[in-house]
Write a protein that binds this ligand. Sequence first.
Ligand SMILES: Cc1cc2nc3c(=O)[nH]c(=O)nc-3n(C[C@H](O)[C@H](O)[C@H](O)COP(=O)(O)OP(=O)(O)OC[C@H]3O[C@@H](n4cnc5c(N)ncnc54)[C@H](O)[C@@H]3O)c2cc1C
Length: 363
Amino acid sequence: MYDYLVVGSGLFGAVFAHEARKNGKSVLMLERRNHVGGNIYCEELDGINIHKYGAHIFHTSYKDVWEYVNQFVEFNNYVNSPVANYKGELYNLPFNMNTFTKLWGVVTPQEAANRIAQQRTVIQGTPQNLEEQAISLVGTDIYTKLIKGYTEKQWGCSCTELPAFIIKRLPVRYTFDNNYFNDKYQGIPIGGYNKLIDALLEGIEVRLGIDYNDNSAEYRKLAAKVVYTGPIDAYFAYSLGRLEYRGLRFETERLEELNHQGVAVMNYTQREIPYTRIIEHKHFEFGTQPVTYITKEYPADWHPGEEAYYPVNNDKNQQLYEKYAARAKQESNVIFGGRLAEYKYYDMDDVIKSALICAEKEF
Ligand SMILES: Cc1cc2nc3c(=O)[nH]c(=O)nc-3n(C[C@H](O)[C@H](O)[C@H](O)COP(=O)(O)OP(=O)(O)OC[C@H]3O[C@@H](n4cnc5c(N)ncnc54)[C@H](O)[C@@H]3O)c2cc1C
């Protein structure tokens, strides 16, 4: 009998398991996939770490979380500075002075602010949809070239059909600063994310290719407590209905090129191109390999059985989640944690923080 059975080897499960072991507890981990790491898992090809479940950039303002991960792996000084490609015109993101000079030839922050202020006036009164909301925040040019097509691809419908509240604010920076994140700490683990997971799981017994829900009654007997990080509706055999997700489809290609696009992340903001971005993985780690790998990322509808990427936290799903969460509270000796069990979008630092808080309560 183990002290803990941890279901799922993503960051939540791995951090919890590490802390449990550190506190002298015995842990068995079950993982449905044939590898550990959850969505931060990378596959190494030609010496390049391919982010298999979407590009992951570690960024945080939590000093404790930053120090925590740095115990296990060193981080490089990668700074995320994506570029937007609109019909072959390239613009720096997030919206900043580099973007504005390219758009309008302006030189000073005041000139840029005047342009935006002037273009915003086309919307009078309360914005009625996402298009009007975006224009009322950043004006017509930024909306048309950098927001419209990208958003329409992501949601699978026109911006005029989407409600205004989806976009509350659109940060605009009047400095020449292409650093996408505002956080104090940022980087990619040197040698890839698998190093972080492997270090967290050192000494932990892991069984791969096992879905806890296939035989939960038997697995439940293996430990005094269960830490469950899989989908909450699956735990309850979907008895109240299914929670919905947005899906993603990835197409990865190996290219006989040294450098394909010169940046790790290029967003395609025109509607006619079906993918939203192209990731060139080697740039996350300043790779110098003679070949390169790119991944085109397509937004996709999600169907049961497929990989669940983003929760759709609308009223319907949120209400269903609350019902499952109420049931989860009744389960004795089961802890529910992580993005799937809490039906919540979590950045990596937040999920680590949440696992550490959970562990602190336990030990
Ligand atoms: C496309 C994309 C890009 C992202 N980019 C970033 C980024 O740039 N920066 C950032 O900070 N965060 C990013 N994130 C968020 C990041 O992926 C999450 O914070 C993190 O993966 C959450 O860890 P987790 O342990 O909760 O879940 P997961 O990583 O999903 O781990 C859950 C694990 O449980 C396993 N499992 C599920 N059910 C069962 C079962 N029944 N039995 C056994 N095993 C099971 C799964 O196979 C999986 O391995 C991104 C997310 C996505 C989707």
